[in-house]
Design a protein around this ligand. Structure first.
Ligand code: CP
Length: 328
């Protein structure tokens, strides 16, 4: 099979369609493409507020959700998004598939491809797994999280949630605090927020700093007070114990004492600060429960917006946009 090529969108402002085969990462996207997805998600969110939450935009298209790692929010919201767009959607439970008999990722993908799906949404523990699929599959590949590399739709829904509240991304101080080293959410958010002109600060224990983080145009500190001072947005990242082989800090209790987000620590932020977390949360580790459930928290708004943003991604990758038929 010849390798399909992802064609970048026109390098012009005000793009009206996403002329690429796959969504593999935010690093590939231009600011214009990011704006197009976020603007399209506004219209998709309106569909979710209707009594009949369904439009025919993806009728006749088949979408396969292939999750090699656990997921609650991403898998569920992709499936809801696909159904709202009238796609035929199916979920492959890896634990009950031939993967457990040793079938490789490439063979699994090629066998799914033989059944003519139009899109494959994949989560995998290996960084770059979606790029492999992109090279061997005709179907559009959407990265739902690959190892410690990227989680592009999470960053898009985070940006959508910030824009919804603040009206912009440019010039906002966004402090991202937590397990920086293992976080694909961090990488996608750094790419997106810096492309869109935000002032991005990252904060965590020195043992959890990626070696190359300064290269991405962010400010790095191990002082939570410095990171949070005058922040418009504070985003907490989960401590990913399942990806840690060594001891990166003495104990979870000590992590909370130094880096956990509490009401007291938040007093240094702007009065209208937004508290974000991609989930799942470790309450009492990276975030205190009263902050997670408090008045500044938009954590459940992020989850709700995930459906609209994923609808936008599916619709645009299927060829939708202003120069194509409208969604509804
Ligand atoms: N934010 C996120 O990816 O959550 P899930 O692991 O539940 O999909």
């Amino acid at each position: 099979m010849s390798a399909p090529v992802s064609t970048p969108v026109d390098e012009q402002p005000g793009v009206t369609s996403l002329r690429r085969k796959d969504l593999l990462g935010i690093s590939d996207l231009s600011p214009e493409e990011i704006s197009l997805i976020l603007d399209t998600a506004v219209a998709m969110k309106e569909i979710g507020s209707r009594p009949i939450k369904k439009v025919p935009a993806l009728r006749g298209k088949t979408v396969v959700n292939l999750f090699y790692e656990p997921s609650t929010r991403t898998r569920t919201s992709f499936e809801i998004a696909e159904k709202r767009l009238s796609a035929d959607t199916l979920n492959i439970a890896v634990a009950s598939s031939s993967v457990v008999k040793g079938e490789t990722l490439a063979d699994t993908a090629l066998n799914i491809e033989a059944m003519q799906p139009d899109m494959i949404v994949m989560r995998h523990s290996s960084s770059g797994a979606c790029h492999l699929l992109s090279r061997i599959c005709r179907s559009a590949i959407i990265n739902a999280g690959d190892g410690m590399h990227e989680h592009p739709t999470q960053a898009l829904l985070d940006a959508f949630t910030i824009k919804e509240r603040k009206g912009r991304l440019e010039g906002l101080k966004v402090a991202i605090v937590g397990d920086l080293l293992h976080s694909r959410v961090l990488r996608s958010n750094i790419h997106l927020l810096t492309k869109m002109g935000a002032d991005v600060w990252v904060c965590g224990p020195p043992t959890l700093f990626p070696a190359d983080v300064a290269r991405f145009g962010v400010k790095a500190t191990s002082s939570v007070d410095q990171a949070v001072a005058d922040a418009d947005v504070v985003m907490l990242l989960r401590i990913q114990l399942e990806r840690m082989e060594g001891a990166f800090f003495p104990s979870l209790r000590e992590y909370f004492n130094v880096f956990g987000m509490t009401t007291a620590r938040l007093r240094r932020a702007k009065p209208d600060v937004m508290i974000m977390h991609p989930g799942p949360m470790n309450r009492g580790v990276e975030i205190a429960s009263d902050v997670a459930d408090g008045p500044y928290s938009v954590i459940l708004d992020q989850v709700a917006n995930g459906v609209a943003v994923r609808m936008a991604v599916l619709y645009l990758l299927a060829g939708g946009g202003a120069d194509h038929e409208a969604a509804a």
